[in-house]
Ligand binder design. Sequence first.
Ligand SMILES: [Zn+2]
Length: 472
Amino acid sequence: MLIKNAEIYQAGLNDLRVEQGIITAIGRLSPRPDETVVDAFSGALLPGLHDHHIHFLSYAASWASLDCGPAAAPNSQVFAQLLQQQTPGIEWLRGIGYHESIAGDIDCHWLDQYCLNRPVRIQHRSGRLWMFNSMGLAILKGSLYRSTNPPTLPAEGLRSGRFYDADQALASLLGRQLPPVSHASKKLASYGITGFSDMTPSNDRDTLALFQQLQSQHLLLQNIRLARRSVLDVADTADLTADALGPVKIHLHENRLPALQDLIERIHLSHTAGAAVAIHCVTEIELLFSLAALEEAGSIAGDRIEHAAVTPEHALDRMRALNLTVVTQPGFIAEKGDTYLRDMAAADQDSLYRCNAFLKANIALAGSSDAPFGSADPWAAMKAAVTRRTTSGQTVGRDEALTPEQALALFLGSLENPGQPRRIMTGVSADLCLLKHPWSISRTRLQSEDIQLVICKGIPIHQRAQLFEKTS
Ligand SMILES: [Zn+2]
């Protein structure tokens, strides 16, 4: 593939060739016979973005579980609209929290009016009743028919799609449902994301195997790296790709901290096995506790502080001395800033989700979404890092504002070394994000709508318009 007339980020206007997933040439290049050509029309070409802290399966599940409670759906019309808004697909639409005050005792016929092309199951808020549409019911019946040891399901339920207290039977027939990972992965691709670190604390060898299987089935399009529960969990997984193994995730909770010595030993055990640690710190106490443990255990390259939601000035030198990387979520300033301003003491507000202070202190800083607990759109996060503005327009920690280039850099680090931005050059994997406008314009907009084309390992994983041309 040849990308013509791209404004290569921090390198100027040029052409770029991709072969076998690698950038093989940058310069003024002529198309070869049969080569696919993309004209970038001077749009900025960036390294593919990386989300350095996400919970991918939960993010995918968030697309599948529709809030059907009375607050989200106060009446039957709104509920019907909710069902219709969901894209048809082969994956289940799973609704939760339904109450009959919304649309009465609904059954498969009622659901079919609004969602016929996708299997649906809606759970009553009591948790005791599931309501299926006809496509969902058909899948259930197919599974019942194929089962060698079928569970008993009432005939009335198989007619109406309503099943009371049948969770075990339903689970045995439907199995553990995989959330709509393909949809979630495509959504991330549409934001320019070509790689992410999944920081879910319960990740184990099964999770890694699942992610790698999803990649091989092309349901998961991004490069991945997984934090893990412990080094022992995946110690002897020679069959699994080692570079997908991230740090050991340590989840601290201020109100039930472990003994300091236990944390020191856990860090030491990880380091001895060659694994860095990523410690969850959302309060000042959690951060100071972690720093005390790391100072005792010693730090290694790759050790990270997740969130660093509250960082007092005096902690900065200690973090620098330990050579830690901070993985923050600037998007929370926009999304949750109003709540912080309301609930936090004014004196603490300046230490909230700091950005510039880390850069000034020479601490490696990387960005992430923490999706589904924050928006997965890194452009919204970049905008928040630049403006420091909340949804209602208030400002949080003005001194922590970044330039658009610094904000972009938060998402350009490699998965292994998130604080060190990658650059587009020959010989590296073709993980690229092409924008509609040159950077001088894009930097004032910072919006995912400007993304034209996203390439991961040389393969387009998202494109906005028909950009490709084939030379003859
Ligand atoms: Zn998280």
